[in-house]
Design a protein around this ligand. Structure first.
Ligand code: FAD
Length: 374
């Protein structure tokens, strides 16, 4: 792709996801010129939604917006009207449905208990009394006991990581919150919803003041990035920026299988988690339910986790000790890179929810655009 090198932008923004779009909006509001590139042929990053016959398909997995950050909530509401969707997924295990997150509905479905005292007594009876869990299985048994672990955690986690829970480190599960009330709202946040009309439309509005070029890989223009713009704001993979000079960071990825089915009510929930090892996928998403669609057909997606290799989409960083140590070294290199700001989930090698990504872009923009000492 050829660029007009006679025009020098204030910012070259790599990645048209929420991080890049938030920074681009805030910079253009301050009168700065921005060139946003993305190697994909669409904006929106992993939040991208594609409208198919009136249904907004979450192409890279179900995205439910939730936050307790009032500034972030006010910000996203400038670009979209949010509906009152509440995430209350179901889990399916061996012919039975269970409520999530783990709450009194789940305990009633598992054991028929009715009061929180009965549920707490049951959990206490099942918990493994152990000081230092050696692996994820022991950690989960210590936190929630046998029935919750075997029905709702074991198979799902093993599919997610492609390994037996006995071979996974305990630190992956730090907490497993148990709610001793009848409440299926997955999130504890103050605000929650789905942007009506999809995330792509929302992000399009955020990018309205910037020049956007799609299908452009930063690698093609890295050598002359500073001819194109005064500064670069980079939200691609941090190790890739440095040509993997210290080694490669690892990720888990997902394969999505989407189909249209001629059923109005394919499943009675937007998200159903399949927690048994006997089913190869981890979730089925019924897209129209995010916006309360009334269509007499459904578009559904099965999610299959798998190992990440070159050329695949890197979805989840594997934050084990080795990767974190390597990421730290790259972050040190990044801090010395002149006129380049790193951010977003790939630029920091961390799993960040949408609100956290927006908040981090705001922090960087506040410092960059308003702090005269920078
Ligand atoms: P991205 O969205 O990944 O955007 C980065 C962009 O940079 C990409 O478009 C990429 O193509 C581009 N890029 C990378 N390298 C280059 C390059 N070399 N040249 C040009 N362009 C490049 N969060 C929630 O709050 N709620 C949820 O329900 C939720 N569900 C999720 C489900 C899944 C399966 C996943 C993976 C994530 C989910 N998230 C959720 C997290 C959410 O996706 C992220 O917070 C958000 O997408 C991060 O935005 P970002 O801009 O940092 O990264």
């Amino acid at each position: 792709m050829e660029f007009d090198k006679a025009k020098k932008y204030d910012y070259l923004i790599v990645g048209a996801g929420l991080f890049g779009a938030t920074f681009a909006y805030l910079a253009t509001q301050c009168g700065k010129s921005c060139l946003v590139i993305d190697k994909r042929n669409h904006i929106g990053g992993n939040c991208y939604t594609e409208n198919v016959d009136g249904i907004n398909i979450h192409k890279y997995g179900a995205h439910i917006f939730h936050t307790s950050n009032a500034r972030v909530w006010k910000f996203v509401n400038k670009f979209a009207k949010f509906n009152d969707f509440v995430n209350s997924p179901k889990a399916y295990f061996k012919g039975k449905y269970f409520s999530l997150p783990f709450n009194m509905n789940t305990f009633h479905e598992l054991w028929g208990v009715e009061t929180s005292e009965e549920a707490q007594a049951k959990i206490a009876e099942q918990r493994l009394d152990i000081d230092e869990p050696k692996n994820l299985e022991e950690q989960a048994l210590k936190l929630v006991g046998k029935d919750v672990y075997e029905t709702l955690i074991k198979g799902y986690t093993e599919k997610q990581w492609g390994r037996d829970c006995k071979d996974l480190p305990a630190f992956i599960i730090k907490r497993l919150p148990l709610r001793f009330e009848y409440n299926n709202n997955y999130f504890n946040d103050v605000y929650q919803g789905i942007p009506v009309g999809g995330y792509t439309r929302m992000i399009e509005k955020m990018l309205a003041g910037a020049d956007v070029r799609l299908g452009v890989d930063f690698a093609e223009i890295k050598d002359y990035q500073h001819d194109l713009a005064r500064k670069t704001v980079y939200s691609g993979m941090i190790d890739e920026y440095f040509d993997f000079c210290l080694g490669k960071l690892q990720y888990r990825t997902l394969r999505f299988e989407t189909e249209r089915v001629d059923e109005k009510d394919f499943q009675a929930s937007a998200v159903v988690n399949y927690t048994g090892r006997d089913v190869p996928y981890t979730r089925i998403i019924d897209h129209k339910r995010f916006e309360f669609g009334e269509q007499d057909f459904s578009i559904v997606t099965k999610e299959y986790p798998s190992e990440w290799k070159d050329g695949m989409e890197p979805y989840y960083p594997i934050n084990n000790e080795e990767n974190n140590a390597l990421a730290k070294k790259y972050i040190e290199l990044a801090s010395k890179e002149q006129n380049v700001l790193f951010g977003g989930r790939l630029g920091t090698y961390s799993y960040l929810d949408m609100d956290k990504v927006i908040a981090s872009a705001m922090d960087i923009a506040d410092k960059e655009l308003y702090d005269e000492t920078v």
